[in-house]
Design a protein around this ligand. Structure first.
Ligand code: F6P
Length: 523
């Protein structure tokens, strides 16, 4: 069954939210915390090793109730059932959306076109495990009998961003293999990567769901030719493996069918790191850690599926984002992890979120009359405090921000971690509570700058009332990382359901590709 087709702006809840928005004009986070010192406890959800504190948002209980009412009116519950049970919710591509099946440990069967997909998922996982173990242990040898030292993932978009982000994020857990990522069609970058490699000890993983993507195929061919300057055609089997749905194209490329890992059209590229697209993750950190990542994601899936909406982390995050996007006209959201390991989270989420919900036609085929997909961007704390946070604190735009933090560090440099987390908390406090004229006045006076008060005061005031979510995990582990990514995946889903759009196609990327091909043919 397809998803329901309900224009959210025609719902009763939407209208109530619009008038509630007017009431909220005078809402102050500072006052709200004064009135209810337990606000942080009240507006937070604990799940497993994660605590979402959403108290520093411009919301009252009434706001949350109305947002939940909106979710109910667009039949979110029913949509969640269809999502997990493999209904064709990617209608425009006539596909199910089942990345959640890839991490499911349940023995229950799951039918796609009448066929249970669980056995093939398990088979693929066994293949990933066996292959990763062989390469990591050194049993897999290159064409001159040497062990593999380097892995190169060749792919782009969903066939690159997820694995690249996770490999970077799980550096602490990695083994002796060095992993590289080649995505851009920029030949200079390819050359720079090849410069560091020895063909005798390098394994190339070509990841392309379609195996037709210009960047990936061009890069793969260049790399194959580079390899053939030392190895022979016969040696390709030991150095090239592929992850794809397109077996004919893989054959034509010369890859041994034994070295092909499956992909399925019920997994979208940007949600595919849980499939064999994540092979380079498993190679880099070992299958056990890779499986823990999947298990963490499954925990979030179950939380999402089973929790009531006001206790449901992805649902609450999605609804808050809708509140700002559709009522406050906030255009963007910042993703701010306080760990250098998550440097690549923002680019990863940019594809996941913006390719999914950057749509302007609803499920009826008509242009929407409300805003949809948010622009997401971000960087790691504390670096970004010395870069763009000025605008978030004092600029003219409202930028709801997700602060992602960890209670403990991995190496245990406590002094650093204390400072890191003090900054994490301070930024959210500064955004929420600001600094009043009176405080600035007093500060200038007591610091001996009394004569400059008239000149400086307006520049030193922080109006505050700027929203943030504190997303706090105990520790960065493969499991907690899986939870985090699945949390955002479900947030995307909920928003797409409410906005009545198709989140799982990406026709918007096609025109540019077509025109580039035409231009090339003209030359
Ligand atoms: O950018 C469009 C896109 O289709 C993405 O959705 C996808 O992740 C990427 O290209 C790569 O596609 P493929 O895995 O088929 O090479």
């Amino acid at each position: 069954m397809p998803l329901h087709n309900i224009n959210p702006s025609t719902t009763k809840a939407w209208k109530k939210l619009a008038s509630h928005f007017k009431e909220m004009n005078s809402f102050s986070l500072k006052e709200a915390f004064k009135e209810n010192p337990n606000r942080a406890k009240y507006f937070s959800i604990a799940f497993n090793d994660l605590l979402l504190d959403f108290s520093k948002n411009r919301v009252t209980q009434k706001t949350i109730d109305l947002l939940v009412e909106l979710a109910n009116e667009v039949q979110l519950n029913d949509a969640i059932d269809r999502y997990f049970s493999g209904d064709i919710i990617n209608e425009t591509e006539n596909r199910a959306v089942l990345h959640t099946a890839l991490r499911s440990n349940s023995e229950n069967e799951l039918l796609v076109n009448g066929k249970n997909i669980k056995p093939e998922i398990r088979k693929a996982l066994r293949k990933i495990r066996a292959f990763s173990n062989k390469v990591i242990s050194g049993d897999w040898k290159g064409y001159t009998g040497k062990k593999i030292t380097d892995i190169v993932n060749i792919g782009i978009g969903g066939s690159d961003l997820g694995p690249d982000m996770i490999v970077e994020a799980l550096q602490y857990y990695k083994n002796h293999l060095t992993t590289h990522f080649v995505s851009n069609i920029d030949g200079d970058h390819v050359s720079e990567v090849l410069k560091k490699l020895n063909p005798e000890t390098t394994l190339f993983v070509i990841v392309s769901k379609t195996f037709t993507t210009q960047e990936t195929i061009t890069n793969a061919n260049t790399i194959k030719n580079w390899f053939l300057t030392s190895g022979s055609q016969f040696d390709i089997a030991k150095h090239f493996v592929a992850v794809s749905t397109n077996s004919d194209a893989i054959d034509a490329f010369g890859i041994d069918p034994k070295n092909v890992f499956p992909m399925w059209n019920w997994v979208g590229g940007r949600f595919s790191l849980w499939s064999a697209v994540g092979l380079s993750i498993s190679l880099s950190v070992g299958f056990e850690h890779y499986k823990a990542l999947l298990d963490g994601a499954e925990k979030m899936d179950l939380h999402f599926k089973e929790s009531s909406f006001n206790e449901n982390i992805p649902v609450i995050l999605a609804l808050l984002s809708i509140w700002y996007n559709n009522f406050y006209n906030a255009e963007s959201e910042a993703i701010l992890p306080y760990t250098q390991y998550l440097t690549k989270l923002a680019p990863y989420l940019q594809q996941a979120i913006m390719e999914s919900n950057g749509k302007s036609v609803d499920r009826n085929g008509t242009p929407v009359n409300y805003q949809t997909g948010t622009i997401v961007w971000g960087s790691t704390g504390t670096n970004m405090q010395h870069a763009f946070m000025q605008l978030v604190h004092q600029g003219t735009k409202l930028i709801p921000s997700d602060f992602i933090g960890y209670e403990t560090s991995l190496y245990g440099l406590c002094d650093h971690h204390q400072k890191l987390m003090a900054n994490y908390n301070a930024q959210m406090d500064a955004l929420a509570f600001g600094k009043s004229k009176e405080d600035v006045h007093l500060e200038l006076k007591t610091s001996g700058e009394g004569s400059a008060i008239n000149k400086l005061l307006p520049y030193k005031v922080f109006e505050g009332n700027r929203p943030s979510n504190a997303i706090l995990f105990k520790k960065l582990t493969p499991e907690s990382l899986g939870e985090l990514i699945a949390m955002y995946e479900h947030k995307i889903f909920v928003q797409g359901v409410v906005w009545n759009i198709f989140s799982y196609d990406q026709f918007g990327v096609e025109l540019g590709k077509e025109l580039a091909k035409k231009l090339l043919n003209k030359e």
